[in-house]
Design a protein around this ligand. Structure first.
Ligand SMILES: *[C@@H]1O[C@H](CO)[C@@H](O)[C@H](O)[C@H]1NC(C)=O
Ligand SMILES: *[C@@H]1O[C@H](CO)[C@@H](O)[C@H](O)[C@H]1NC(C)=O
Ligand SMILES: *[C@@H]1O[C@H](CO)[C@@H](O)[C@H](O)[C@H]1NC(C)=O
Ligand SMILES: *[C@@H]1O[C@H](CO)[C@@H](O)[C@H](O)[C@H]1NC(C)=O
Ligand SMILES: *[C@@H]1O[C@H](CO)[C@@H](O)[C@H](O)[C@H]1NC(C)=O
Ligand SMILES: *[C@@H]1O[C@H](CO)[C@@H](O)[C@H](O)[C@H]1NC(C)=O
Ligand SMILES: *[C@@H]1O[C@H](CO)[C@@H](O)[C@H](O)[C@H]1NC(C)=O
Length: 656
């Protein structure tokens, strides 16, 4: 296939995957082939969970403060246990067998494994040759209005080799041919090479502040705190044994990845991006003041790396970046690797790059950066999607890799100069677990572990003690942003500085650094969490046939139809069934908000049988939605006619 054909395939592929994934909702069983289902029996991790979760009957809350009580959740509670037992624990299909690979990549060299020629039917080694090509994201763009501006790529010339070749490029692709024309092998190689340190204004090397810490934000998509305990217990143990702090009251602030990551990186809700740097939808994020810019000014190398390009935080139904946002940016690499060497497509994601899981490609890259930049400072935002996005049970596959990764960083002493944030954006957002109360809460309580090194814990002991205190308080992605800012200005968190700052009033700030004590009277409202996502609120079940139930459900359907009103290609939705309704007991209303009531409702609509969950508020006949409406079941290809990630949740296309 020539490049043109490949591009055509890619575009079709982008559309296909784009429409099936929504912001996490996928074609139900259509993409799955039966052979990838591997059953195992009961989870193997129960012993560890017991250890971390003794049956303490006195403990009735996850967190219990004046402003917020979150009920106690058990990792293997009866209501959700079945999702982790036969037949649920699916395992991903393995990648191609790496011991049969034609090429070996080690020590900056790619070489042919002569013992493996027979797997490729190569009888005459003299007729085998390989072509090594570097590729990159060109600096300059011709069409800056293109939605696919971030996907631009250029390949360098072909360097032929018959035994081995030195790797001198960040991104490389190698093809091997037999008997002149038969392509027998193709693979991609990512290297964390040293780059010159450049300020954005072109000034050269600076002397960084040696006392600053490296900051690694390592994301694992769609993993609730408890799913992390259930599925990655070895990593949990490592973090706990090394002074890691587990924020048990870490509450998400938006539905999917983007609205939970923007607060971390920019300190604002995604809905405010239009005042700041994205005046209208569909333009790139180049003008946004991401926190990595501040780390850059402080002398850090910066990195932004995700293990999927199609589902990339800034690329999924969004145009990404036109300029290169960080010193290290691998979107281009992952994109090419997905298109040409993507293997094992499972729902939304290619799990493998040929013979390696994509999550491992990312993890090895992070490790590579820590070695390459060992004498410099690094701020990195890394995000894994492929293995954890679609299945509750797949993260178990990553446990050993993450443990080894942390052990290596510890052995090289890198961890002693580094603060790690191991986090997620939300728990599983759809599927049967979401029809349980625990599933609803877990969706809103993602994993958030912070691992500061010993020197930090000693030197900034007040800050560290506050961090530990805050592990049992209501916290959000906005707080992570403030915490990161403090890591750029360590003067602000000396023991004296913490004492001074604690004495000043900050209880009402939306984001509060986790190095200061989070006020115990903090409510979701004070923390910037919309009621729909708030896990502090208690509900009382109402009858499905009450007049409230009917009113609230009707209002929700009306709201959905209003969102769809400019899209005649979407069917008008009608209420089919009221599945659950609760009246929420919402904290102390302040003066401006008297006489309102709030309900959380779950309904099924027709056509399409979409199941929606939303929180509605009514004040003197005025209805409004708190947060957005969640979709709890898969929309599959029902919404293929709309290309807005939000409307995809709600639209049922008339012409199908
Ligand atoms: C080379 O191939 C042999 C035979 O399959 C395999 O055992 C060996 O692990 C391969 N070498 C490397 C470095 O992968
Ligand atoms: C090698 O040859 C066998 C028999 O002709 C064929 O079945 C197999 O697909 C070939 N393998 C490759 C990698 O081309
Ligand atoms: C090599 O290619 C030539 C012509 O394309 C063909 O005749 C010959 O059989 C091939 N040899 C092998 C070993 O595949
Ligand atoms: C930004 O978007 C919000 C809704 O998402 C809207 O209410 C607000 O008016 C917009 N602001 C600007 C400046 O466009
Ligand atoms: C932190 O330090 C910076 C630089 O020294 C200063 O501008 C900023 O106001 C400080 N922030 C707080 C909250 O003390
Ligand atoms: C919360 O507590 C702080 C002191 O920690 C106090 O100043 C503030 O008034 C309280 N806010 C509310 C809403 O109760
Ligand atoms: C409401 O309806 C759903 C589904 O029809 C049912 O499972 C549930 O038990 C009902 N709840 C009440 C409180 O009647």
């Amino acid at each position: 296939m020539n490049r043109g054909d490949k591009l055509a395939v890619r575009c079709r592929y982008v559309l296909l995957v784009a429409f099936i994934c929504g912001s996490g909702f996928i074609m139900s069983l259509l993409c799955r082939s039966a052979d990838i289902i591997v059953f195992t029996t009961a989870p193997t991790t129960a012993w560890d969970l017991q250890q971390h979760y003794p049956n303490n009957i006195d403990e009735r809350f996850t967190i219990q403060t004046n402003g917020c009580n979150i009920p106690l959740l058990r990792p293997l509670d009866e209501s959700i246990k079945k999702f982790f037992e036969y037949p649920y624990p699916l395992k991903p299909k393995p990648c191609r067998d790496s011991s049969r690979a034609l090429l070996i990549h080690s020590d900056n060299r790619i070489s042919i494994n002569m013992s493996n020629l027979h797997y490729y039917n190569i009888t005459d080694a003299n007729k085998l040759f390989c072509c090594y090509r570097a590729f990159y994201r060109p600096l300059y763009v011709t069409d800056i209005t293109s939605f696919f501006i971030d996907n631009r790529v250029e390949y360098g010339e072909c360097y032929y080799f018959t035994e081995s070749i030195l790797v001198n490029d960040e991104f490389a692709k190698v093809n091997c041919f037999y008997n002149e024309t038969t392509k027998v092998y193709e693979n991609f190689y990512l290297s964390a090479l040293k780059k010159d340190f450049l300020y954005h204004d072109g000034r050269g090397e600076i002397t960084h502040n040696k006392r600053l810490y490296n900051v690694l934000i390592i994301g694992i998509d769609a993993v609730s705190r408890l799913n992390f305990y259930r599925k990655m217990p070895k990593t949990v143990s490592f973090l706990k044994d090394n002074g890691g702090v587990d924020l048990v009251g870490f509450n998400k602030v938006g539905d999917n990845t983007f609205p939970n990551v923007i607060p971390v990186l920019l300190g604002i809700p995604d809905t405010e991006l239009n005042h700041t740097c994205v005046p209208y939808e569909g333009i790139t994020f180049d003008n946004c003041p991401f926190i990595w810019e501040q780390f850059k000014r402080a002398g850090y190398y910066t990195a932004l790396a995700e293990d999927s390009s199609l589902l990339g935080t800034f690329n999924y139904f969004r145009p990404g970046f036109s300029r290169t946002p960080t010193d290290y940016y691998i979107h281009t690499f992952i994109q090419e690797a997905e298109i040409y060497s993507g293997y094992n497509l499972d729902f939304n994601c290619f799990l493998c790059m040929n013979d390696k899981y994509f999550y491992k490609v990312l993890l090895d890259y992070i490790e590579g950066l820590t070695v390459t930049l060992e004498n410099h400072k690094l701020f990195g935002f890394f995000w894994e999607v492929t293995m954890s996005h679609d299945y509750l049970n797949y993260p178990v596959v990553m446990d050993d890799s993450y443990l080894k990764f942390f052990e290596k960083l510890q052995a090289s002493n890198y961890l002693s100069e580094t603060i790690v944030f191991l986090m997620s954006d939300h728990g599983m957002r759809w599927g049967n677990i979401r029809f349980t109360k625990q599933g609803r809460l877990e969706e809103r309580l993602p994993l958030m572990f912070i691992l500061p090194p010993l020197s930090f814990r000693e030197k900034y002991s007040n800050a560290y003690n506050n961090l530990k205190l805050n592990s049992k308080r209501l916290t959000t992605p906005f707080d992570i942003h403030e915490t990161l800012l403090d890591l750029i200005n360590l003067k602000n968190i000396t023991n004296d500085a913490i004492t001074t700052r604690t004495s000043k009033y900050y209880a009402n700030k939306r984001g509060i650094s986790l190095f200061l004590p989070i006020p115990t009277n903090r409510t979701c409202k004070m923390a910037g969490i919309d009621d729909h996502w708030c896990t502090c609120h208690k509900g009382t079940l109402l009858s499905n046939v009450s007049s409230e139930a009917f009113q609230v459900s009707t209002q929700l359907v009306r709201h959905l139809n209003m969102l769809l009103k400019d899209h005649p290609e979407c069917a008008k939705l009608a209420l089919a069934e009221i599945m659950e309704i609760s009246e929420m007991e919402v904290g102390e209303p302040d003066d401006s908000e008297t006489g309102w009531r709030e309900f959380m409702v779950m309904v099924r609509t027709t056509p399409g049988d979409g199941v929606f969950e939303a929180t509605l508020r009514v004040q003197e006949h005025d209805w409004s939605l708190a947060g957005s409406a969640s979709r709890l079941n898969l929309y599959g290809d029902q919404s293929r006619c709309v290309h807005n990630y939000q409307l995809k949740l709600y639209c049922y296309c008339i012409y199908r």
